[in-house]
Structure formats: structure tokens, C-alpha cells
Design a protein around this ligand. Structure first.
Ligand code: AR6
Ligand code: MG
Length: 303
């Protein structure tokens, strides 16, 4: 298979697998899961990532009104996927006539959400715009604004999309350098909290103490307490998809989302062949997710 195509598929399938693996560890502290326990059913993270991909494909690029409608349609078909409180409130507002980019500004006392929901679903944006950083940031933030108005939620989405794009573009036949990967990310971020966390990621690269990792990077539902943790999990185990996602979900906390984001980056780096078959075969709607990745790859070729 074409290597870039394999990486597109690896990214979306990897994200869904990380979500499905992490689902069972959400809210735990540190654990030691065996991968045999894989159940294959994913949550809102993957459900919304599918929505992002569907809309980008149908509109051959970003259209906020359309993407919001796709989110609402998908949510109404399967509202039991584990959505947090923010997105369904936004969906109700949009349905009652509020413009797609306005509704999210009304959440959390007008501050907007800094939850990781804009980042957990952003992988298709990182794939489609991997060749154009400015466009990648613009669309990562624009898709985020449908549900997340807080700038830290949007920056988390941009950072996660960029990590996916960087991982996608690295040739696996060369030695991987986590320091240059992190230098790229540090130059990309605007907010001090993310720059600070990325410095911590580098300091902790050889740290064996998971409690310290959780204490310093976080494993929470806030974008700034989970996107850097996913980047760390990938870098910490850059040689193995399996080791990276198992490490991520075993950190506990918001395990499904940190698992999904780690799986997206690691899958974009390794490609689909590097993902264990027993996980791929057990994954809910695997063929649909694969088809979305293939279509994104076709569109990206034309850009
Ligand atoms: N002020 C206070 N708390 C906040 C703020 C804020 N400005 N923003 C977010 N929170 P939400 P999401 C807290 O509801 O980002 C699923 O399980 C608040 O407690 O916008 O899509 C996924 O798997 C709020 O409910 O949704 C992910 O784990 C929470 O952050 C996660 O939920 C989440 O923000 C994604 O959630
Ligand atoms: Mg979830």
C-alpha cells in the first residue's frame, strides 16, 4: 500500500482504537491493563472525529454550518456515546436558530469551553492539511469553534492537528528525533501554558515515574491537561503503536481521549500495518473509518 495512504488509515483507526481501549479506564488513577481486554466499542471522541471527516469529505474542505449539522445528526442518532455536557447544549442552541460559530461562546458563563473535545476529534484536519500549517491551524480552530470558544480549547485542537501532521510526514526509515519533533511543536504554539507543558514533555522523556508524569502533564478533561500528555505518550514509545496507546490509557483520568489522541499521532507515524491485527479486527465500524481515511487521502492528493 502507498505509505501515505497507510498513514492516513493508521491515524483514524489508531485514534478509534485508543478511544476504545481507554474507555474502560476513564476516571481510574494509574493502572496496568492487559490489551486482551480490548472490546472495540468507541465513544464520542471517535463519533465526532467521524463527523469531522464526513463533513470535510462531503464539502471538500471546511464548512462550519455543514459540520455543525453533521455533528447534530450523528449525536441525535447515538446520543449515548458519552458526550460531555457542552456539545449537546451547543447542538440544542444551533437547532433553535443560533449561528454555528456563536452558540459555543455562551457556554461556561461566556468563557467558552477549554475541554479537550475540539482536540479529540481533529485528526482528519491534521491529515487533510498536513502540507499547509497556516491552513491546518485555521481549520483546526474553526472546527473547534462549533463547540469550544475558549482559546485554550482551540489551541489544544491546533496543537493536536499539527502533531498528527508532523508524525504523518516523518519517514520511519530514518532515526526518529523526539527533540526536533518537540522543537517544531514549541515554535507552533502561541500560549504559554502549552509552551510550558511541551518543555515538561521533553524533561520527562526518560522519566520512569508515571505519578510524576500525571502530576506534571495532567490527565484531565481540559485540553492543556491532555493534549501534551498524548504527545508525550507517543514520544515516550515512538517505536511501537501498541506500547504508546497502552501507556496512554494506563495513565487513567480522561483515558479514552488521551488514548484517542495518542493513537492518532502514533498511527499517523507508523501506518496501519503497525497496528495489531487483533485490535483492528475487533474495532467497531472499522471499514467505515478506513473508507473515510481513504477519501481524505484522495482529496489531499488533489490539493
Ligand atoms: N470553565 C470551567 N469548566 C470548564 C470550562 C470552563 N471554561 N471549559 C470546560 N470545562 P465540554 P468536551 C470542563 O463539556 O470538551 C467526553 O467524555 C467542564 O467540566 O465542553 O467535548 C470525551 O471523551 C466541562 O463539562 O465537553 C472527552 O473526555 C468539561 O470541561 C470529554 O468529554 C468538558 O468540556 C470532552 O469534553
Ligand atoms: Mg470519550
Amino acid at each position: 500500500m502507498d505509505s501515505l495512504k497507510s498513514k492516513f488509515i493508521g491515524c483514524l483507526i489508531g485514534s478509534a482504537i485508543g478511544d476504545a481501549l481507554g474507555r474502560r479506564f476513564e476516571g481510574h488513577w494509574l493502572s496496568d491493563a492487559l490489551d486482551q481486554e480490548f472490546m472495540g466499542r468507541w465513544t464520542d471522541d471517535t463519533h465526532m472525529m467521524i463527523g469531522v471527516a464526513e463533513s470535510l469529505i462531503e464539502m471538500k474542505g471546511f464548512d462550519g454550518e455543514h459540520m455543525a449539522r453533521v455533528f447534530i445528526r450523528n449525536y441525535e442518532m447515538e446520543p449515548w456515546r458519552g458526550y460531555a455536557s457542552g456539545p449537546p447544549r451547543v447542538f440544542r442552541m444551533i437547532k433553535s436558530g443560533v449561528r454555528w460559530a456563536e452558540a459555543s461562546k455562551r457556554l461556561f458563563g461566556g468563557a467558552g469551553s477549554y475541554g479537550n473535545g475540539a482536540a479529540m476529534r481533529v485528526a482528519p484536519v491534521g491529515l487533510l492539511y498536513h502540507h499547509d500549517i497556516a491552513k491546518l491551524r485555521e481549520v483546526a480552530e474553526a472546527q473547534g469553534k462549533i463547540t469550544h470558544a475558549h482559546e485554550l480549547g482551540l489551541e489544544g485542537a491546533a496543537l493536536q492537528a499539527y502533531a498528527v501532521a508532523l508524525a504523518l510526514q516523518i519517514d520511519r526509515s530514518f532515526d526518529f528525533d523526539p527533540h526536533s519533533f518537540l522543537a517544531n511543536l514549541r515554535n507552533f504554539v502561541h500560549h504559554e501554558i502549552y509552551r510550558f507543558k511541551l518543555v515538561k514533555v521533553e524533561e520527562l522523556l526518560s522519566c520512569e515515574d508515571r505519578k510524576r508524569v500525571v502530576r506534571e502533564l495532567g490527565h484531565g478533561i481540559e485540553a492543556f491537561n491532555s493534549v501534551p500528555t498524548a504527545i508525550y505518550s507517543f514520544l515516550r514509545h515512538s517505536r511501537s503503536f501498541q506500547d504508546a496507546v497502552l501507556y496512554a490509557v494506563n495513565l487513567g483520568g480522561d483515558a479514552d481521549t488521551i488514548g484517542a489522541m495518542t493513537g492518532a499521532i502514533s498511527g499517523a507515524y507508523h501506518g496501519i500495518e503497525a497496528i495489531p491485527e487483533r485490535w483492528r479486527n475487533g474495532l467497531e465500524r472499522k471499514d467505515d473509518i478506513e473508507k473515510l481515511a481513504e477519501k481524505l487521502w484522495e482529496i489531499a492528493k488533489g490539493f
